[in-house]
Design a protein around this ligand. Sequence first.
Ligand code: NAD
Ligand code: UD1
Length: 336
Amino acid sequence: MKVLVTGGMGYIGSHTCIALHEAGITPVIYDNLSNSSIRVLDQLEKITQQRFDFVEGDINDSAKLAKTMVEHSIEAVFHFAALKAVGESAEQPLRYYQNNVSATTTMLLTMAEVGIKAIIFSSSATVYGDPKYLPIDETHPISSTNPYGWTKVMVEQILEDNCKANQDNLAIALRYFNPVGAHPSGLLGESPNGIPNNLMPFIAQTAVGRREFINIFGNDYDTADGTGVRDYIHIMDLATGHVAAFLAHQKDAGFLAYNLGTGEGYSVLEVINAFEKSSNKQVPYKFAPRRAGDIACNYADASLAKQKLNWTATLDLQAMTDDSWNWQSKYPNGLE
Ligand code: NAD
Ligand code: UD1
């Protein structure tokens, strides 16, 4: 079976291609390379001994999408392609709504045109806005605090409406908590452009000497050590979660949403400590004021995925920092 992986050259999409391949599902990658390197394809080949089909294209380009879907006899779409920087989304909201919402609608129309009925969508725990209670389950109210988050809320709504109107369609929204880590080979991982917004790549770049120290945003939260707590999930667990969701619902229809997290929270200081152990290096840090928009604590109720998908995260924080360091030390500047 062949599936289209939009954004498959990016961080999460590329690791999911490995998990798909291992499950006997053939990924065809469709990506405009706006936030990824063509060298990902070589790395995927080194890991899987397989050269995946790749089409350089934009999901706004309906004609190219349709041609790709038909030529490869695509049966489902794993939709990762999106812009993802929260701060940037507040500065350029229209660009985010265009790329993440309008282009997704274009793609859904194209899927309908060529008769593809199943989509697995990269959503985010950001759709829960400020948590009203913890752990967060899938029935928690939906909202957002920034345009990026609203694009995820909107696409989920579009998928749900589309499934209501077309009762043989399947849409699964996977709400990721905080994806981190890298493939255990060290050949593939996350390498953000510019200054990383997220914690783990910032720590990794500090440990490898690219940055002098890390700012810890707030040490006065109501948490055990005062620093923010998040549900970090290993990228390979996240990847197998996609495969589990797809296989469990292959014969189903309707709109479904699942949290993909571990259900456990770790503080910024705990992550730094684990990273120091993995790298055998000191990670200098300074306490800085809270970052605007941050919350104290966030972690998933991951029981629905366990129950319905027979999937659960298996890799712990030490595996996340071990693999992150393995990748960062092999490729200190990413693949460029
Ligand atoms: P990424 O930037 O590494 O990957 C996204 C890929 O999509 C890139 O390769 C980019 O070139 C491509 N792309 C973007 N717009 C495109 C377009 N119009 N046409 C074709 N290709 C396009 O990001 P990621 O971290 O792998 O995230 C993947 C998905 O998961 C995104 O939808 C993101 O919003 C979502 N998500 C990510 C996180 C996270 O922490 N990384 C958390 C929750 C949800
Ligand atoms: C952020 C996004 C969220 C997105 C997620 C993707 C914001 C407000 N939220 O979540 O929408 O879905 O990334 O993974 O941007 N931290 C530091 N120093 C740093 C970086 C982070 O102390 O240099 C702290 C943060 O305050 C937080 C924790 O580390 O407590 C995790 O931060 P981050 O990796 O940015 O993820 P989120 O804020 O959870």
